[in-house]
Design a protein around this ligand. Structure first.
Ligand code: XBP
Ligand code: MG
Length: 235
């Protein structure tokens, strides 16, 4: 099938966001008076669970029975997460999270050659919007045909819902798209929607099981639309 659309993941794909997310979680915990600190090794384990609110709960399940049994837990977690989102947005606005090398060039090539681009992510909508505005300009949101995010579907990756939603919006068959992902959760989600997947790893996802991907690379630098078409045609 002809390649008609690229579907970009956000966290770990458009940008190496996860350390900014991690530090924002830590800032939110500190502001709320909790002495919980997520270092890189712990965060790598916590990334098994997508979605910030789900990740906080997963952390407490692993480490903190006392906090887990608090009667106000169901309000505490969304409050902590809202605070985390504020800290994260401030980091983005401060220019601390650039796009991954090669990503902007790929997006520009797609635009020049009339290849549609969309987004499928599990993160909070304002995070996507701000990352794109800060790095590509206010008009850039309009470059994406559809933006599927954690606010659009109730169930996050590794379930396929966000990919199914994007496909329905853009009206393509799964085989006419190519998903660009960095993690096993993303791979599993896109594959469950029958979309071919190219993996480009980062420090947090290197070494995960990427069986089923068209290819697994370490960088977008030097990657062209021509190469993506060639990879896709072998799918
Ligand atoms: C990204 C996520 C997100 C972010 C944090 O996964 O799992 O939860 O880590 O964002 P993917 P929120 O790249 O597979 O979409 O705190 O806004 O959830
Ligand atoms: Mg990702």
């Amino acid at each position: 099938m002809e390649l008609k659309s690229l579907i970009f993941d956000v966290d770990g794909t458009l940008a190496d966001t996860e350390d900014a997310h991690r530090l924002a979680f830590n800032d939110a915990f500190d502001l709320a008076g909790f002495n919980w600190v997520w270092d890189r090794a712990l965060y790598k384990e916590l990334l098994a669970v997508t979605g910030g609110k789900q990740r906080i709960r997963f952390f407490l399940e692993k480490t903190n029975d006392a906090a887990l049994s608090r009667p106000d837990l169901d309000t505490l977690i969304p409050e902590l997460h809202a605070s985390k989102t504020d800290f994260f947005i401030n980091r983005l606005k401060g220019g601390q999270v650039p796009l991954r090398p090669g990503v902007e060039k790929l997006i520009q090539q797609a635009r020049d050659q009339g290849m549609a681009i969309s987004i499928a992510t599990t993160t909070t909508p304002i995070n996507v919007e701000t990352l794109i505005r800060v790095n590509l300009g206010d008009d850039a949101l309009g470059w994406f045909e559809v933006i599927g995010d954690g606010g659009k579907v109730p169930v996050l990756k590794p379930e396929p819902d966000v990919y199914d939603w994007v496909l329905e919006q853009i009206g393509l068959e799964p085989g006419e798209a190519l998903a660009l992902e960095d993690s096993r959760n993303g791979l599993v989600a896109a594959m469950a929607a029958n979309i071919p997947v190219l993996i480009v790893t980062n420090d947090y996802t290197q070494g995960q099981d990427f069986a089923g991907a068209l290819a697994c690379l370490e960088t977008y630098d030097g990657l062209s639309l021509k190469k993506l078409r060639a990879l896709h045609s072998g799918a």
